[in-house]
Each structure stands twice: as structure tokens, then as C-alpha cells.
Design a protein around this ligand. Structure first.
Ligand SMILES: Cc1ncc(COP(=O)(O)O)c(C=O)c1O
Length: 402
């Protein structure tokens, strides 16, 4: 397959090549790679729950009682009481009538966008929505209109042009996965009411972290009864695997009957289901996000004092390189310095200095928006957070990027 080899060469030439790094530990705050210990600053295990004793115990108990696999699609092989218990726990947590669990968050997004929105309908999607939303839009027979990131004037214009469609659906990440900023849900809901549109929020990154109950951005903004579809994943702060859709009874019944990514795939293994139930209980009883937020404050204050001006206030803190490279270097010695090269070089240097980070490049982010995406965990110590901030500032200084 020569064309694949050529294509890989092109990817390498354009500095977009990705490779897998081998970890000798789980997703802990200090990971080991090639015998070296590094401070983990890339994990979505925001609350450290993959290592929580109660979550681990529930995982083992689930395997002991229900075995290792689910045997097929729930509609065909049956659904055990553990699933029902997770869906009830999630529905209470999210403050909705009912919930449906999928084998991945990716599949939950595909399910909603393809099953609910058909030919003659329109989806209005934020330009920085997650790839699984983009793929759901691509797979849907509905028309898709993309509005500029968090730009309510643009969304209003697109809604104005969309009155001829049968159904309108606005879809947005609650907390944006690469930028760490929040969708303006109150304004989105207001526009949805003005133009008779449904609203879907992907709360993958906010669940367990935002809101008093930590159920996500919908709760944080007090929008329970205004959001038609809440989607999320069990794989980030909840430390397990799988996705879910939360909302009205009829929404869930419809998805069970129509959603191909629910019907035609094997259900989650009991271990993941048991872990997720225990994780939600830990979130409610121990509130590990409290420590996470303390870490966020310490880290962002330290970085801002050191010369960065961070625009976000969440556990996802991107260090933007692409834009800074353009304004700092411009053209040097006649050759344009490539954002991708500098982003990779900074990531490599941080790695050498003991931080586990990765360079985020297109297509994960738009061209020119290359970055080091750093994320915090509640299991980081105060010292960890300050060490990380100091190393980042020193390294950006080395590259003339402060
Ligand atoms: C915003 C967002 N939505 C959905 C997903 C997909 O979830 P999962 O990893 O469970 O498939 C992700 C994960 O990368 C995400 O970041």
C-alpha cells in the first residue's frame, strides 16, 4: 500500500505525525515512562478516580457478580440490573427524568445527532465542538451550520436564516475540551427560545467538576429544565468508560428504538458500569473537585504572575503556542518558523524536564492554534502544581515565548 506510506511521509513532513507513548503506570499524578517519573499534566482523570479504592472495589465486585463482558447489544442479550442502577444514579445526578448509557461518549453524540436530526432539519454547531459532535453532524442527514466559537450574534444570524427547517438543534460542548472555556448556556437557551430550537450540551469535561453538585455546566448555569439533551462521558472525571444521554423519558425511549450506535454495538462491560456508579457516589460524598479547584487557582495564578495571560478558568489550561510564535518570531532568516515545530519542540523540552504533556496540533485544533494542553488533577499536590508552573514558564522563556 504505497499510497499509505506516501501519506505517512507527508504527515511527517508537515510535523503532524503522532505516535503512542508507553506508560508503565496508570493515569496517576506521577506517571512512569521509560523508567522516568513525570508529572502528569495531560490526563482527563481530573479527580483521580481511576485509582480511588471504592471505585476499584466496585469494579472488582461487578466482575465477580456479572463477569467480564456484556455478551452483546442490550436489546438482544438483555440488560442487567447494574445498568439500570447506573442509569438511575446518572438521572438523579443530572436532575432529569431518564438516562441511557452508551459504550462511549463518541457513540452517544453520534446517536443523538443522527437519530434526532434528519433531512429537512438543521444542526447549529459551535466551531470548536468536539470531533465526535462534528462526526455526528457529518453522519446526520440534516443540514449543518457552524457558528463562530461562543459567538451569539453569529448564532442568532444563522438561526434567523433557518426558520424554514422543520427542527433546529443547537449543539455545544459545555466546557470546551481544548480551550477550557465555557459555552454561554443562558444566552444559547434564550436564542433557542426565540427561534424554537432544541439545545444539546456535551458535558464530557464538566461532569464531576462544575456546579454545586458537580453534575456539570447545565447545573452550574441553573439550566436543568431548559436543556433538552444532556450528553456526557463516564471516561473523564468519572474514571471509567462509556457515554450517556440524559433528558426526558420520550428522548430515551426514542434513542433505544432508533439510535444505531446504541442498537448495533456491544454494551459496556460490567466492570465499567460498576466503576461509574461508585465514581458518582464518590463525587457526591467526598467532593474531590474541591481540591481540583484549589489546584486550578494556584496554577493559574502562578502562570499569570509569571507573564502568561490565561483566558480560562477551569481544569483545562491550554498554553497557546501557535499564536505566540506568529507574533514573536514572524519571519526569521527568511524562513517562516512553523508553529507545529515550535509547539513540538516546547512539548519535547517540557517532557525532558519532567512534565508529561503533548503538543496539540491540527486537526485537533485549528491551524495557528497549536498548543500544549495542560490539565490538572485533584491528586496533584500543591508542590506539583507550582513545580509544573515554574517549568512551563522557564521553558517558554527559553523559547522567547513569554
Ligand atoms: C467534549 C467531548 N465529547 C465527547 C467525547 C467522547 O467521549 P468518549 O471518550 O467517552 O468516547 C470526548 C472525548 O474525547 C470529548 O472530549
Amino acid at each position: 500500500m504505497k499510497w499509505l506510506i506516501d501519506e505517512l511521509k507527508r504527515i511527517k513532513r508537515e510535523h503532524l505525525y503522532r505516535k503512542l507513548r508507553i506508560l508503565e503506570t496508570g493515569q496517576v499524578s506521577r506517571v512512569r515512562v521509560g523508567g522516568r517519573q513525570l508529572l502528569m499534566l495531560s490526563s482527563n482523570n481530573y479527580l483521580g478516580l481511576t485509582e480511588h479504592p471504592l471505585v476499584k472495589m466496585a469494579t472488582v465486585d461487578a466482575v465477580k457478580k456479572y463477569g467480564t463482558g456484556s455478551g452483546g447489544s442490550r436489546l438482544v442479550t438483555g440488560t442487567n440490573d447494574l445498568y439500570i442502577s447506573l442509569e438511575k444514579t446518572l438521572a438523579d445526578f443530572k436532575g432529569v427524568e431518564r438516562c441511557l448509557v452508551f459504550s462511549a461518549g463518541y457513540l452517544a453524540n453520534i446517536a443523538c445527532l443522527t437519530s434526532l436530526m434528519k433531512k429537512g432539519d438543521v444542526i447549529l454547531s459551535d466551531s470548536l465542538n468536539h470531533a465526535s459532535i462534528i462526526d455526528g453532524c457529518r453522519l446526520s442527514d440534516a443540514d449543518v451550520k457552524v457558528y463562530a466559537h461562543r459567538n451569539m450574534e453569529h448564532l442568532r444570524c444563522l438561526l434567523k436564516e433557518s426558520t424554514q427547517y422543520r427542527h433546529r438543534l443547537i449543539v455545544t460542548d459545555g466546557l470546551f475540551s481544548m480551550d477550557g472555556d465555557l459555552a454561554p448556556l443562558p444566552e444559547i437557551v434564550e436564542l433557542a427560545e426565540d427561534f424554537d430550537a432544541l439545545v444539546m450540551v456535551d458535558d464530557a469535561h464538566a461532569t464531576g467538576v462544575f456546579g454545586k453538585k458537580r453534575s456539570g455546566t447545565v447545573e452550574y448555569f441553573g439550566m436543568h429544565d431548559k436543556i433538552d439533551i444532556q450528553m456526557g462521558t463516564l471516561s473523564k472525571a468519572l474514571g471509567s468508560m462509556g457515554g450517556y444521554v440524559a433528558g426526558r423519558e420520550e428522548l430515551i425511549e426514542y434513542l433505544i428504538n432508533i439510535a444505531r450506535s446504541f442498537i448495533f454495538t456491544t454494551a459496556l462491560p460490567p466492570a465499567a458500569v460498576g466503576a461509574a456508579i461508585a465514581a458518582i457516589n464518590v463525587v457526591q460524598q467526598e467532593d474531590p473537585a474541591k481540591k481540583l479547584w484549589k489546584n486550578v487557582r494556584e496554577y493559574t495564578t502562578s502562570l499569570n504572575n509569571g507573564g502568561l495571560s490565561l483566558a480560562t478558568n477551569s481544569q483545562i489550561i491550554p498554553i497557546l503556542i501557535g499564536e505566540t510564535v506568529c507574533s514573536t518570531y514572524g519571519k526569521k532568516a527568511g524562513a517562516l518558523i512553523r508553529n507545529e515545530d515550535v509547539t513540538c519542540a516546547v512539548a519535547e523540552r517540557l517532557f525532558e524536564r519532567g512534565l508529561y504533556v503533548t503538543a496539540i496540533r491540527p486537526p485537533s485544533v485549528p491551524k495557528g492554534k497549536e498548543r500544549i494542553r495542560t490539565t490538572l488533577m485533584s491528586t496533584h499536590s500543591r508542590q506539583d502544581v507550582h513545580t509544573a508552573a515554574d517549568i512551563i514558564l522557564e521553558t517558554l522563556g527559553e523559547y522567547g515565548l513569554l
